[in-house]
Design a binder for this molecule. Structure first.
Ligand SMILES: O=c1[nH]cnc2c1ncn2[C@H]1C[C@H](O)[C@@H](COP(=O)(O)OP(=O)(O)O)O1
Ligand SMILES: [Mn+2]
Ligand SMILES: [Mn+2]
Ligand SMILES: [Mn+2]
Length: 197
């Protein structure tokens, strides 16, 4: 059980879940970014997150409706929340990287998908998001995650990780940063070490 009370499942373990399990699916859309902040701090990648209606940070996606496959539900949510152009950027089964299982108050799996695009494509997705049906209601902002750490060891990702995240979103972010190679385990650990409290 990880710190937020979720059991991390592999993609195969997700496929073995019982019928009564309900599902949510969210997608981490990212692009490698060779730019540097002030020509000094590597930005590493553009990773999309959102400010949600509940004030918490999360990824675009949502609950999978009855009769939908995980990917059908996720692509529907991505269209609703960020106006994702499904002709160009449809999320596929191969983008599934695992799930986070909760047993209480009901058995539910929070599936994590990761989709890499080019920086140019990321910019087009970002721009289109402001015209999404749910923008301004369920989605109150679209942002990029700071993946740099300033000289004080606090500014950037360490400070960002002090925000409030919904559900398993923080675990999913850290998992995706490592599994995509955007950040090394050591970089992530040092960003986690700083705690403002
Ligand atoms: O980004 C996320 N990662 C993991 N779990 C998440 C994330 N965002 C929300 N959640 C949890 C908590 C929510 O209650 C459920 C459903 O997601 P949500 O996006 O709120 O559902 P709809 O868009 O309203 O369908 O998953
Ligand atoms: Mn929904
Ligand atoms: Mn939604
Ligand atoms: Mn949602």
């Amino acid at each position: 059980m990880d710190h937020a009370g979720y059991e991390k499942l592999s993609a195969q373990q997700c496929r073995d879940l019982p019928e009564e399990c309900t599902h949510a699916a969210h997608c981490i859309i990212y692009a490698h970014n060779d730019d540097k902040l002030w020509g000094k701090f590597p930005l590493r990648a553009a990773v999309m997150m959102q400010v949600r209606f509940d004030g918490l940070l999360g990824f675009p996606g949502g609950l999978v409706d009855k009769g939908e496959s995980w990917e059908q539900g996720l692509n529907r949510e991505l269209q609703e929340e960020i106006a994702l152009d499904l002709e160009r950027f449809r999320v596929e089964e191969a983008d599934h990287v695992g799930g986070y299982l909760r047993r209480k108050p009901r058995l539910r799996c929070y599936h994590c998908y990761v989709k890499q695009v080019s920086l140019q494509e990321f910019l087009s997705i970002e721009t289109a998001a402001y015209g999404a049906p749910d923008y301004g209601s369920e989605v109150l902002g679209v942002m990029r995650v700071p993946l740099h750490t300033l000289e004080d060891g606090k500014g950037g990702l360490p400070a960002f990780l002090q925000n409030r995240f919904v559900g398993a979103a923080r675990d999913q972010l850290l998992f995706a940063l490592q599994t995509t190679g955007i950040m090394s385990g050591d970089d992530i650990t040092s960003a986690l070490c700083w705690d403002s409290s």
